[in-house]
Design a protein around this ligand. Structure first.
Ligand SMILES: Cc1ncc(COP(=O)(O)O)c(C=O)c1O
Length: 442
């Protein structure tokens, strides 16, 4: 693959690096997303129009790949701007006044997740959260990490590196043969059968970005709990989840979800500042982790200054230290508040409704093969599909010509992907379906 543009395109599963969406092309389309101008004020028709009006998204596009990287809603943009101005004005004093105190971010996050603020660490992305989690686990030679064949590169690679360092082993099992036919009971049974005496970690992904399948995390947690009930404490299994594509959609708290650790970027479905994420763990598990990146906080830094050994690990100590793009990190609380203000139940209902509409439309097309289950119980906000006679990148290319922003999945087997979310409405889904219909060979 000599063409670096092609490599980048396949890596991101987007057309953003192709001529179709070159800066010049975006400029000539008057694309608001690149000009950073707010859209012209149009009187909002309903509640969802008002939500959409909070974003500076290019209004002439149907944004069905918005989950890759968030557009910031107005409250997030304003908070970033406030912090940026204050940092530019007096960086040392503004940082000093705030950087030891994450409560303004952690408190709304804790409310959203239904957990305690002290159980949350702040990261820059899903990737960073998973990497510090998996590298920090107390794995030893002979231990096994069980994961699945459906996870994203960042789970597989973090686990490969972590098990390599620890001398532990890594095993991947399939939860389903065909995404469209995945069921909660089938996926749970696959994990149950795969757990072995040496398994110490089960690492799964809430919603597979390669197929759109949603895994039954709660049921898998129950299976892990019953295996743990027969084990000595030091042999118990930890259930770790890449939750990025369920967060910001599903109306569930983390205790209800039932896992032990949960890592997610907050810069996708949640609309948090780009370059933000969280890592959550049950309070009793944090002391078992070994931090990888030194934390800038009273407990660890303070102990070092007093010449004392570091205290047992806390969630706070797993937040990587060093200075960050603080204007983004400190604006994250606004994204949680934005979702809470709409209501988690309403968000879930709306996204599932739009996804059902889109899947039903796709399922009626003879030239389309769906790879995401039709039912709500094993799917969420991502729909993957094939179009007869077209490669995934051709689907994306043809759709973006019609101003439908889709993506292709960055996996060994790649599909076309549409992700209806809060920034879409039923008319936009119909518009996208009409363009997918038009991809049929005449
Ligand atoms: C399932 C999954 N996990 C992790 C990531 C990486 O997320 P982040 O950009 O927050 O590191 C992606 C990419 O979108 C993904 O699809």
């Amino acid at each position: 693959m000599a063409d670096t543009q092609l490599e980048r395109r396949q890596f991101f599963g987007l057309l953003a690096s192709t001529a179709a969406l070159s800066t010049a092309a975006l400029g000539s389309m008057g694309c608001q997303a690149v000009s950073a101008q707010p859209p012209a004020a149009v009187p909002p028709a309903d509640e969802w129009d008002r939500v959409r009006a909070e974003f500076s998204l290019a209004p002439d596009y149907v944004h069905l790949a918005g989950f890759l990287l968030a557009s910031h809603p107005r409250p997030v943009r304003e908070a970033i701007e406030r912090h940026r101005r204050a940092l530019d004005n007096n960086p040392a004093l503004y940082v000093e006044a705030r950087f030891m105190d994450s409560r303004p971010v952690l408190e709304p996050a804790a409310e959203y997740f239904g957990v305690k603020a002290e159980e949350l660490a702040l990261t820059d992305s899903t990737t960073m959260g998973l990497a510090i989690l998996y590298s920090g686990l107390p794995l030893a030679p002979g231990d096994e990490v069980l994961t699945t064949t459906h996870d994203h590169y960042v789970t597989h690679e973090s686990l490969r590196l972590a098990t390599l360092r620890a001398g532990a082993s890594l095993r991947k099992v399939a939860l389903y043969e065909r995404g469209a036919e995945a069921t909660p009971t089938g996926m749970t049974a696959a994990i149950e059968q795969a757990i072995a005496p040496q398994t110490r970690v089960v690492a799964i992904t809430w919603v597979h970005s390669g197929t759109g399948v949603r895994t039954p995390v709660r049921a898998i947690a129950d299976v892990v709990a019953s295996a743990n009930a027969r084990r000595a404490p030091e042999q118990r299994i930890l259930l770790c989840v890449d939750g990025v594509h369920g967060l910001g959609i599903e109306d569930v708290t983390l205790p209800e979800l039932g896992c032990d650790f949960f890592a997610a970027g907050t810069h996708k479905w949640l609309f948090g500042p780009r370059g933000t994420g969280i890592l959550w763990g049950k309070a009793e598990h944090w002391p078992r982790l070994r931090p990888i990146i030194p934390h800038f906080g009273e407990a660890a830094f303070g102990a070092w200054m007093k010449g004392q050994p570091p205290p047992p690990t806390t969630a706070d100590m797993m937040t990587p230290g060093g200075f960050h793009s603080f204007e983004h990190r400190w604006a994250l609380g606004e994204a949680f508040r934005f979702h809470l203000a709409i209501g988690k139940r309403k968000v879930q209902e709306r996204i599932h409704e739009l996804n059902r509409q889109c899947k039903e439309g796709l399922a009626r097309m003879k030239h389309v093969q769906l790879h995401t289950p039709r039912g709500d119980e094993a799917s969420s906000g991502i729909i993957t599909f094939e179009v007869a006679g077209l490669k995934p990148e051709q689907i994306v290319h043809r759709l973006v010509e019609k101003k439908i922003v889709a993506s292709s999945t960055p996996y060994a087997t790649s599909y076309g992907r549409l992700a209806p979310g809060l920034l879409n409405n039923p008319a936009e889904i119909e518009r996208a379906l009409a363009e997918v219909q038009a991809l049929a060979k005449s």
